[in-house]
Design a binder for this molecule. Structure first.
Ligand code: CDP
Length: 213
């Protein structure tokens, strides 16, 4: 079973996708970490984010062992990731990585922006997670300050809005709900309630062949 989980920044999709993967015993891939790692490695090598050749090289050479580097979660890296993400050649490299991840096994759970539309258009179940912008900013603020970062909630909100706009308006694989994705609004749901709602949606959809709305 392939489960696609998409949504805007800090919508809760990563937490949900990880829990869903645990529930079904499926491998999990946080595809945002691939874009973040590409940006991190590009900057660490001293290149500009507009350097297409070097960005592609960074995407080709991602070391999976570095994908849980806590540095990847820093706001500057999220911003940099959204600047390399519109480059079609970078997306092509990372698409290949994501497709390889899905091959051969019993299934997978992937979260990102274009999983249901581009990476796994034939996924058995697609979820699109949304939440009000102010709620997402609050969640991300709590997460970042818990990790010791000094930042204001207003800064977090401005960063999210800028990144959402960039992700939605780019030509290459923009953030958009797949027509057959199930919408889950987590604005008024805590993690446990969101998880329960997601499992109910998956059970209902997969029971019906995974293609219902
Ligand atoms: O955790 P958060 O939702 O803030 O971000 P993320 O999922 O780690 O993604 C970081 C950035 O990578 C996004 O703002 C997108 O620009 C890009 N991304 C993408 O273009 N496609 C994906 N499938 C995943 C991430």
């Amino acid at each position: 079973m392939i489960i696609a989980v998409d949504g805007p920044a800090a919508s809760g999709k990563g937490t949900l996708a990880r829990k869903i993967a645990g529930h079904y015993g499926l491998p999990y891939l946080d595809t945002g970490s691939l874009y973040r790692a590409t940006a991190r490695d590009l900057l660490a090598a001293g290149h500009d984010l507009e350097n297409v050749c070097e960005a592609v090289r960074a995407a080709q050479n991602i070391d999976p062992a570095t994908l849980d580097d806590p540095k990847l979660r820093e706001p500057g890296i999220g911003e940099a990731a959204s600047l390399v993400a519109p480059i079609p050649q970078v997306r092509a490299e990372l698409l290949a990585y994501q497709r390889r991840f899905c091959e051969g096994g019993k299934g997978a759970v992937l979260d990102g922006r274009d999983i249901g539309t581009v990476v796994c258009p034939d996924a058995d179940v697609k979820l699109f997670i949304k939440a009000d912008t102010s709620v997402r900013a609050r969640r991300r603020f709590v997460e970042l300050t818990a990790n010791g970062l000094t930042i204001t909630q207003a800064q977090v909100l401005a960063d999210l809005q800028k990144r959402d706009e960039r992700d939605r308006s780019r030509d290459s694989s923009p953030l958009v709900k797949a027509h057959d994705a199930h919408l889950l609004d987590t604005t008024n749901l805590d993690i446990e309630s969101s998880y329960k709602a997601a499992i109910e949606l998956i059970e209902r959809a997969y029971g019906d062949g995974g293609k219902t709305d």
